[in-house]
Design a protein around this ligand. Structure first.
Ligand code: PMP
Ligand code: GLN
Length: 387
């Protein structure tokens, strides 16, 4: 229900698809493979560090850009993994999750009427953040069944009104990891059209097999025009902590900071030393988690095959896609609304992430960042749907 006082700018007054489907999972006692959050916690030393910080009185406003040790740890992580240098004092901003970094970047750089090029399906907060800024989104399809980037469509998406490219790789919900040729083409176009690129890299460490996460900022001409966004939520399985960050040239980070200070002012004090420690000391934990997740991906893929679905096995993220026409449905939204009642499993329909909804219609996203027993239970329940 929406109010008669609602601003035009705010398109929908409904709960997000993730909130809706998680509530449905609770109400129906379903196994929740919908909203993407792990059901096990991050590294024990990180959790302990946050507890210790609270006990030691780290409970008041931290500095607006984030505490220095966290900014230093974020910069060191970027240097260590990608050889990308950022000055922790001027080129790093701690945010309230990647969500805030994305919203603040859109509000900082997009004026009404400006166009923002983004991969479609769009992660839900992209559409909302672009709308709040008054911008117009221009989708470049990652369409099924292959979910690959079409370079001709990418080039055609640019216009004189293009201000920003909002890129996401590894990509939610498709699991596509853009390769070197894809990224080189994005970089070429961004330079040719002189636009800013906001890169959402929250799944940077969740890549499988021989896939590699390549930050766009490392491509020629890109560092000066790229804001890199990531989050401890994905890397350290702490989605409820909401500690994210943005990296970029000082003048761009200053603009994002200017907006951030009036969205949240600062971000959760006691979590910051904990995430700093996790970034500094957690590489081995992250690698183990990545390998574990790859096993879960394969476990769920096998399970889905056993019930007659043919999963698109992702090279990144913790999401897997299936076409539900194999089970006699032609519409993923109906499938996801009925599934909890039929067999007690929750998934997310792709269609809600598309402007061209027909392209997403038969696809459904399953999260595999869950304990093996939970994945097995979901598959067993799905087996009942079939009979
Ligand atoms: N971007 C993408 C692509 C995501 O999938 C998510 C959340 N899962 C976010 C941003 C938000 O991250 P955070 O929880 O750190 O705000
Ligand atoms: N990013 C998570 C997902 O894709 C959800 C986060 C949220 O609910 N906002 O499932």
């Amino acid at each position: 229900m929406s109010s008669r006082w609602k601003a035009e700018r705010v398109a929908a007054s409904t709960a997000t698809i993730f909130a809706e489907m998680s509530a449905l999972a609770v109400a129906t006692g379903s196994v929740n493979l919908g909203q993407g959050f792990p059901d096990t916690d991050g590294p024990a030393f990180m959790l302990e560090e946050a507890r210790a910080a609270i006990a030691a009185g780290v409970n008041q406003y931290p500095p607006g850009r984030g505490i220095a040790p966290l900014r230093q740890a974020i910069a060191a992580h970027s240097r260590r993994h990608y050889g990308l240098e950022y000055d922790p004092d001027t080129e790093v901003l701690v945010t309230t999750g990647a969500t805030e970094a994305i919203a603040a970047a859109m509000l900082a750089f997009v004026d009404p009427g400006d166009e923002v090029v983004a991969l479609e399906p769009f992660y839900d907060s992209y559409a909302a953040s672009i709308e709040l800024a008054g911008g117009r989104r221009v989708g470049v399809g990652l369409f099924g069944p292959g979910f690959r980037l079409d370079h001709a469509e990418l080039a055609a998406a640019f216009s004189p009104r293009t201000k920003v490219v909002l890129l996401n790789s590894p990509h939610n919900p498709t699991g596509t990891v853009l390769d070197r040729a894809d990224l080189a083409e994005v970089a070429r176009l961004a330079v040719a059209h002189d636009v800013l690129v906001v890169c959402d890299e929250v799944y940077e460490h969740l890549v499988f097999d021989d896939a590699e996460h390549l930050p766009l900022a490392a491509f020629p001409g890109m560092r000066e025009r790229t804001i890199r966004i990531s989050s401890s939520g994905k890397t350290f399985s702490a989605t409820g902590w909401k500690i994210g960050w943005a990296l970029g040239p000082a003048e761009l980070v200053t603009e994002v900071t200017a907006v951030k200070q009036f969205l949240t002012f600062v971000s959760g004090a006691p979590f910051q030393p904990a995430v700093a420690r996790a970034l500094d000391e957690g590489d081995a934990w992250v690698e183990e988690a990545r390998l574990g997740l790859q096993g879960k991906r394969d476990r769920l893929a096998d399970g889905l095959r056993s019930v007659g679905l043919d999963p698109v096995v992702p090279r990144g993220t913790y999401f897997m896609t299936t076409d539900v026409r194999a089970l006699g449905y032609d519409d993923g939204v109906t499938f996801c609304r009925e599934l909890p009642h039929h067999c007690g499993v929750v998934a997310i329909p792709h269609a809600v992430f598309y402007d061209r909804v027909e392209a997403g219609r038969p696809y459904v996203r399953w999260a595999f960042c869950k304990r093996d027993s939970v994945l097995d239970e979901a598959v067993e329940r799905l087996g009942r749907l079939r009979v």
